[in-house]
Design a protein around this ligand. Structure first.
Ligand code: HEM
Length: 636
């Protein structure tokens, strides 16, 4: 069983005097008391006794071997979050500690990975530092559960979480700066009472504010200490939600609907509590976290999970499988089937480490030369298939991969179609030059070949039995093909602009804005006919011309081109490719409908449409209707 501890802390052995550097008092500093021992001080007050396990990779590895831990994720200590201080000071401090974390990982024989820290009080700076840290090698970020009075549902923090999803960064939420300190002066109450309550508060705020509805499903977020009191008070929350209007927020669903949107660690220290946590959260959502090497951490890391009475497949998930999903790195089981890139096995390659064998050095760390997998980002790509069904349904992987493949090809289509637009624009600006017309036709040929593959690809999905799809369909609700941004972009770019479709993107303002821009831009169809006007094939139309007059004039221009084949072979080629593209798009719509009917019959769509019958109405849509109209007008 591979074992990953996702919640451990570190301190560097030394760091600059932050109070002197920033000219403000009470920054943490380290006072070494004897070899291997130190006290972290806040001003002149002792904050915590620590040992060299905080900064000495050798000692950490010894402890990991003793406890059978293959991989440890280190992150700073919440006392360094400093969200109440000057953002540029905190950014400077974050950089220092983020770089120190990577230095420590560098000494960890590939068995230490890091989460960075950011100045969350300044969203722009936080996003930039996250991006910088991810590029430098961090796997994600640890954040505090609030910024002063702002909970995690604060708009700026949600923007930051969105950015984490975009960057593929795992987010560990750690409680800090606990509430009601005046009532918790003794008995470590801020840790035993304040922390669980803080985490509960954060989760409730995220859920009821509808933040999870707006955030991408791909966001990987985990809450420390078993998610605080959340799982244990879920019944209370749900009861209030169901019975009292004022207990509801703006979330689309009741709180229990969102359990598959976040992870919690296993730092609960009691077997029955762990069993209950797994029962509530599901076996895919709990992962090993120990709080090592701090006083309230698990003394023998992994002991609770390993010695629990949970079924062995569940223990395997808790010990490491779920952590790999959370961190976006490969697990041993998946790496076994992907041996082409030697970075495969970030996690898996470490299994042998506890047996004494040195873990293999990932290829991209061995030297800086590009490899097949570092260039193509194969490990990252293979870590992006997160199944929502519990237990994971076999066919959900196919469902995800087919959709992701479509989206990748949509991306290439947009890339090529944009180049077609530019070439046609250039052809219009210089009507005597032929190069751009040939280039547009060549690129359009690529687009039609891609479309042919896209029409064919539905057959793979049709190998999934309807009953198998129904087994996990409900967990996908309310995600729908209506929300495919790129599909809609292709439609808008080609000239099929329906402003009403923007409403499906209201929950994601940046996508909404991008589509809005596409809607206002000249489409391929506009640019094509402008070029024909420049060529003298289409007389300029007065602004008062009706849509019908415009349409007929454009169709006549196409007719003129085809009737003068000797002089316009290149433009006719463009017209043929555009027509073929249109034809294949209708082919795509038709095959999609057949596949939908074969899979869900006459059921409604998850996007709220009537399903197959709605989709049938889209068969009439054409990108370039004038090209079709001209066919009726042509003569021998
Ligand atoms: C079992 C597989 C699938 C089912 C049951 C299905 C079902 C549906 C339904 C019912 C709709 C109508 C909107 C709604 O109410 O949700 C729709 C729309 C859509 N689907 Fe699928 N779909 C499947 C697979 C795919 C795949 C593989 C793609 C690839 C990209 C895709 C892309 C789309 C797009 C782009 C739309 C919007 C179409 C438009 O507005 O014209 N779907 N789908």
């Amino acid at each position: 069983m591979q074992t990953v501890d996702i919640h451990t802390h570190f301190f560097p052995e030394s760091w600059p005097d932050l109070a002197a550097r920033f000219g403000t008092p009470d920054w943490p500093w380290i006072k070494h008391t004897e070899p291997g021992k130190a006290v972290v001080m806040i001003g002149d007050r002792p904050f915590r006794k620590i040992t060299s396990a905080c900064w000495d990779a050798g000692i950490r590895l010894e402890h990991m071997d003793r406890d059978g831990i293959d991989l440890q994720v280190i992150c700073a200590t919440p006392v360094l979050f400093a969200y109440g201080r000057e953002p540029h000071h905190v950014l400077d401090c974050a950089r220092m500690f983020n770089d120190a974390a990577l230095e420590l990982c560098g000494r960890g024989k590939g068995r230490l990975k890091a989460l960075c820290q950011v100045p969350l009080q300044d969203v722009d700076a936080a996003c930039k530092e996250l991006t910088r840290s991810m590029r430098a090698g961090h796997l994600g970020v640890q954040i505090g559960n609030h910024v002063g009075k702002k909970n995690l549902d604060d708009e700026g923090i949600v923007t930051f979480l969105h950015h984490c999803a975009d960057e593929g960064a795992a987010v560990l939420v750690h409680p800090w700066d606990m509430m009601a300190p005046q009532r918790m002066p003794k008995y470590m109450m801020p840790w035993t009472v304040g922390m669980p309550a803080e985490t509960q508060l954060s989760l409730v705020a995220l859920i009821l504010s509808g933040a999870f509805d707006r955030l991408p499903a791909g966001l990987r977020i985990c809450f420390a200490h078993g998610g605080g009191s959340f799982a244990f008070l879920l019944g209370r929350l749900e009861n209030a939600f169901n019975r009292h209007e004022i207990a509801r927020g703006t979330s689309q669903f009741a709180p229990s609907h969102y359990l598959n949107r976040f992870y919690v660690d296993s730092a609960v220290f009691e077997e029955r509590t762990l069993q209950y946590l797994v029962e509530i959260m599901g076996a895919d959502r709990v992962l090993l976290g120990s709080d090592y090497p701090f006083p309230l951490g698990e003394e023998r890391v992994g002991h609770l999970v390993r010695n629990s009475k949970l079924p062995s497949d569940v223990k395997t998930k808790l010990a490491g499988g779920n952590a790999c999903n959370f961190l976006g790195i490969q697990s041993a089981s998946s790496s076994a089937t992907h041996q082409t890139g030697s970075t495969a096995g970030e996690c898996g390659g470490l299994v042998g480490a506890a047996d004494g064998a040195p873990p293999p050095v990932p290829e991209h760390q061995a030297d800086d030369r590009l490899t097949y997998s570092s260039y193509l980002k194969v490990p990252e790509l293979l870590s992006l298939q997160h199944r929502q069904s519990t237990p994971a349904h076999h066919d959900e992987l196919l469902f995800i991969i087919v959709h992701q493949t479509y989206e990748l090809w949509f991306r290439e289509l947009l890339h090529d179609l944009e180049a077609v637009v530019e070439n046609l624009r250039a052809a219009g600006a210089n009507p005597t030059s032929r190069d751009e017309v040939y280039e547009a036709a060549r690129l359009l040929r690529r687009c039609t070949e891609i479309m042919r593959v896209l029409v064919e690809q539905f057959t793979i999905l049709e190998t999934m039995l309807p009953t198998h799809f129904l087994a996990f369909r409900d967990v996908l609700n309310p995600a729908s093909g209506f929300q495919s941004e790129q599909f809609r972009e292709i439609e808008f770019l080609c000239g099929l602009k329906d402003e009403k479709m923007l409403r499906y993107h209201e929950p994601t303002p940046e996508v909404h804005a991008a589509l809005n821009r596409r809607l206002r831009e000249d489409s391929l169809r506009d640019v094509f006919f402008s070029a024909l006007t420049a060529l003298g094939m289409l007389p300029p139309l007065t602004p008062s011309a009706t849509d019908r007059e415009r349409f007929e004039a454009r169709a006549r221009a196409i007719q003129k081109l085809y009737q003068d084949e000797r002089n316009h072979r290149d433009w006719i080629d463009v017209c043929e490719r555009l027509t073929e593209f249109d034809e294949l798009m209708v082919g795509w719509r038709l095959r999609h409908i057949q596949m939908v009917e074969r899979t869900i019959g006459a059921r409604m769509g998850t996007g709220g449409s009537t399903g197959g019958s709605y989709l049938k109405n889209t068969l009439e849509k054409k990108f370039f209707p004038e090209l079709w109209e001209a066919r009726t007008m042509l003569e021998k």
